[in-house]
Design a protein around this ligand. Structure first.
Ligand code: SF4
Ligand code: F3S
Length: 322
């Protein structure tokens, strides 16, 4: 069944309309047997809110299907109606009731400077609860911890130079295994697929950066539609040209993500197809390692290349057989 699930996730990009039809029966079979969805507490910390907006853009399955069949969203400041003290109480009661069972989804980095004062999740009569307090406490009682987006996974833009809030990743705060589902924002399939995997089979296989290999195993470069131009050393002279954008600062060769075939916005487009280079938004060194944007990678140091089949210091005549 796990292999079947992985195949559905891989094929999803090619046949998006099929995902719901194929995945839901697996999930319903699971529910029939176990009678439950994945209990989730979702905390937003230091980020731009882009990840939950992206998640709401889930298409196959739609958000309603995800809530109905895959996750039981117990707390989320974005999706729930409760506010103020009711919300605080709800979080407290929920975290106790589902202790050891819930999945903690953290969206955003965690500021450490001045005891985490720069991101306050909420205030109570007893004082402020910072992102650092909330993630530390909720993380200890969670069954799984999922970092949604690059800020939560690696610090991301929130920890970019000069990082005056001392922001860092969830992994750096918690002494336990964290599943990093990076991206700026995270692709809805990556997050939904990871949560569905946790419900059905537990931990997915992770790469050395703690990301599910299901979505991050190959580089953007490997499946890019402009790869044949790269292999012929046929490079764009300016943005908008049809050739490979390595010359325009594309960091697809060092970026693990399935964007070229999964795509975004209801599976219709992705950066290179939209005539802009991949800026490496899933990478641990994003954005500092990708800047200045639109500058060729060798001039940025060219470090961290993960596509073992290609010398990324410069394009060359290649066999194109990978
Ligand atoms: Fe595509 Fe960028 Fe690789 Fe060129 S360098 S083939 S544009 S991913
Ligand atoms: Fe991000 Fe590059 Fe995909 S910028 S969205 S990983 S093509």
């Amino acid at each position: 069944m796990e292999k079947e699930f992985e195949k559905i996730c891989h094929n999803a990009a090619a046949n998006p309309g099929d995902i719901l039809g194929k995945m839901l029966p697996l999930i319903k079979r699971h529910q029939h047997k176990h009678k439950k969805k994945l209990p989730v507490i979702w905390i937003e910390t230091n980020d731009s809110g882009d990840n939950n907006i992206s998640f709401m853009n889930s298409t196959f399955p739609y958000l309603g299907d995800i809530f109905q069949n895959i996750i039981d969203l117990l707390y989320s400041n974005t999706f729930m109606a409760a506010q103020g003290e009711d919300a605080v109480k709800l979080l407290d009661i929920t975290a106790r009731k589902y202790s050891g069972e819930y999945t903690l989804v953290v969206e955003g980095a965690i500021p450490l400077r001045d005891n985490g004062l720069y991101t306050v999740i909420f205030r109570t009569r007893k004082g402020s609860i910072t992102a650092l307090d909330a993630v530390t406490q909720l993380g200890q009682r969670a069954k799984y911890v999922v970092a949604a987006g690059t800020c939560a996974s690696f610090g991301g833009p929130s920890a970019a130079r000069p990082n005056i809030t001392g922001s860092t990743s969830v992994q750096n705060v918690l002494q336990r295994k964290v599943i990093n589902v990076s991206g700026c924002p995270v692709n809805p399939d990556w997050l939904m697929g990871t949560l569905a995997h946790l419900l059905l089979f537990g931990f997915p296989d992770l790469d050395e950066l703690g990301r599910p290999t299901l979505f991050y195993e190959f580089t953007v470069h490997r499946h890019c539609q402009r790869r044949s131009y790269f292999d012929r050393n046929d490079l764009a002279e300016s943005l908008g040209d049809i050739e490979c954008m390595f010359s325009q600062g594309c960091v697809g060769p060092k970026t693990g993500a399935d964007c070229p075939y999964r795509q975004w916005d209801n599976y219709v487009n992705w950066p290179v197809k939209a005539n802009t280079p991949c800026i490496g938004c899933t990478n641990p060194d994003f954005p500092d390692g990708s800047t200045p944007f639109f500058t060729p990678m060798p001039q940025k140091g060219g470090e961290g290349i993960v596509d073992e089949n290609t010398d990324m210091t410069q394009p060359k005549e290649g066999t194109g057989n990978d």
